[in-house]
Write a protein that binds this ligand. Sequence first.
Ligand SMILES: C[S@@+](CC[C@H](N)C(=O)[O-])C[C@H]1O[C@@H](n2cnc3c(N)ncnc32)[C@H](O)[C@@H]1O
Length: 243
Amino acid sequence: MTMREFRSRWKAPGNEPEPVQSAATPFYAMWDAVARFAQEIRASDFMAEMIRRRDAYGSEGVMGALDCATLYGLTRWLRPVVVVESGGFIGMSSTFILKAFADEKLATAKLYSIEWSEECEQGGLIPDELRTLSGGFVPMRGKVEDFLKGNQLPQKIDMFLHDSSHSYRHMLWEFRQFWPRLRDGGLLVSHDVQMNAAFPEFVAKTYAHDKKTGRRDPLRTSHYEWGRWGYIGFAIKKAEAAS
Ligand SMILES: C[S@@+](CC[C@H](N)C(=O)[O-])C[C@H]1O[C@@H](n2cnc3c(N)ncnc32)[C@H](O)[C@@H]1O
């Protein structure tokens, strides 16, 4: 997305306050936008219906409502074309990514959803109309490790969601594998960042500081923005960090 497209998306509608933004913090306005999208879906009948379906299925191991709303907000904000998620399971997270595709009318967008276990109905919670939406949902049964080894995943992606094994080692490994595949402005998203220090440690490594002042050096720092909301963490990649 160009910066012009980025700015034009965030004009506050109606009486809402203009988001705060400056040349030094060009991505600050995203917080308003993501919060607005998240609030919209959180209060929707769609969310109520998904919670009902999830609870009927058994909610163990499935993303909660607050995190689904954040994921939806981030996806709508980014408007990605290629998304990879690890740990697709029965598809709560997949549903909210696909719903964001639908609400942004992203007709060609694809979600590659990787799930290892043969014992679950992969994507079983996804409503039919979202599952069939122009072939946007691409279920892949197997381990992330094997799909990467077999070179079966897209080289260039707009967004990656980690929601597979939440061991420190595996989380850090996935972040390191998928970060180089993200385009400039692409999003790394992780669920369950509260489980260990993998996410904050990964983000800490994307910083560069001026030796004299100790302040962040924006030219050498390789993220534009990052944050945590609930159990979701995200980082926006800056590809052309100066060395
Ligand atoms: C927390 S659940 C995912 C929940 C799902 N995102 C949702 O919201 O419905 C984690 C899933 O990751 C899968 N998993 C764990 N390690 C994996 C790996 N290395 N590759 C692929 N899937 C993996 C597990 O089988 C499990 O179903």
